[in-house]
Design a binder for this molecule. Sequence first.
Ligand code: NAD
Ligand code: ZN
Length: 360
Amino acid sequence: MSYKNYPMVSRVVYGRGSFNQLNDILSPKRKNVKAPFIFLVDDVFKGKSWLTSRIPLSYDDKLLYISAEEEPKTSQVDALVEQIILDYKETPSGIIGIGGGTLLDLAKAVALMLTNKGEAKDYQGWDLIKNPAIYHVGIPTISGTGAEVSRTTILTGPVRKLGINSDYTPFDQVILDPELTKDVPKDQWFYTGMDCFVHCIESLNGTYLNAFSQSYGEKALELCKEIFLEDTLTEKEAADKLMMASWHGGMSIAYSQVGVAHAMSYGLGYLLGVKHGVGNCIVFEHLEEYYPEGVAMYKAMRKKHDIKIPQGICADLSDKEFDIMIDVALSLEPLWENAIGKNWKKTITRDKLKALYLKM
Ligand code: NAD
Ligand code: ZN
């Protein structure tokens, strides 16, 4: 048995207002005046000067606004990399992603693809990246995915939705400033927050569980219960805690795996473009067979916050479309093995998955 030797985020700063330290953090990392910092910023912040005026642009630095409407694609990463190579003679000093999981994943992928030949789709999988990425910084503006700590960047490619998992993927620096999450719409707050909750449930109920994962997963779950089920926290306290729940939830799955909800949600995402957070919610509604306590808790949270979850999204699909979703879901073998055990293929049949998808 050999144990995985995990990379972690090298540096992290936490606190309300810590975003103001961005310039101090970046300055020593500037290679020269011709090697820019490229800021990839969620376009929801266009015209929001309370945030954008604090992005320290100098020399040839560039700010690119990017929509998080759709999840990142390998072709989008390739186009960004090509644009950066065409625009600048020198390799950038760094890539800074500011936004949710979508922008964080794009920043990681662009930083990796600036130093690795070929197309992003060639690296979807495990440990295919050869060269270290350029310096990259993640600044989350919504909490839950754990993308700020993870060693993956989830991309939709021409044939699969799969991460670029590598030791070079994690950020060199993360800035955790809960103030940046203040304008997140309520539904989105819930969907992305439930991503964290589902990470905890899937990790804590998986066969891969170990004391390392459990210690992070239990803490994140405790925070989620406080945030989503109790009335004791102020809005600011809840935002502070959700940012740390996301971090711990991400750390928990780093050394274990996610499970049934994620496998099936990837299928919905690939075929129908359903986004990760809401996709997990749509699936989780129907998983009492696998996670009875977790699903009951989830439903109590959804009711308490009066959140509507889309229904009937698989009602009109063809057999061919079901097959595509089922193929995507079944291809995620480690997730099933974690959720069910080594013999998962005995119970997780195509018919079983179709019956579940039909309920959604
Ligand atoms: P997101 O980045 O897709 O953003 C969701 C919505 O919230 C968008 O409309 C965005 O504009 C808006 N938003 C973000 N911050 C805001 C703010 N401060 N104020 C107002 N609106 C704001 O959301 P997400 O749920 O964080 O990320 C989902 C993505 O993360 C998916 O692509 C998923 O595949 C990926 N993901 C990655 C990992 C990983 O480990 N790399 C893990 C889980 C999910
Ligand atoms: Zn997730």
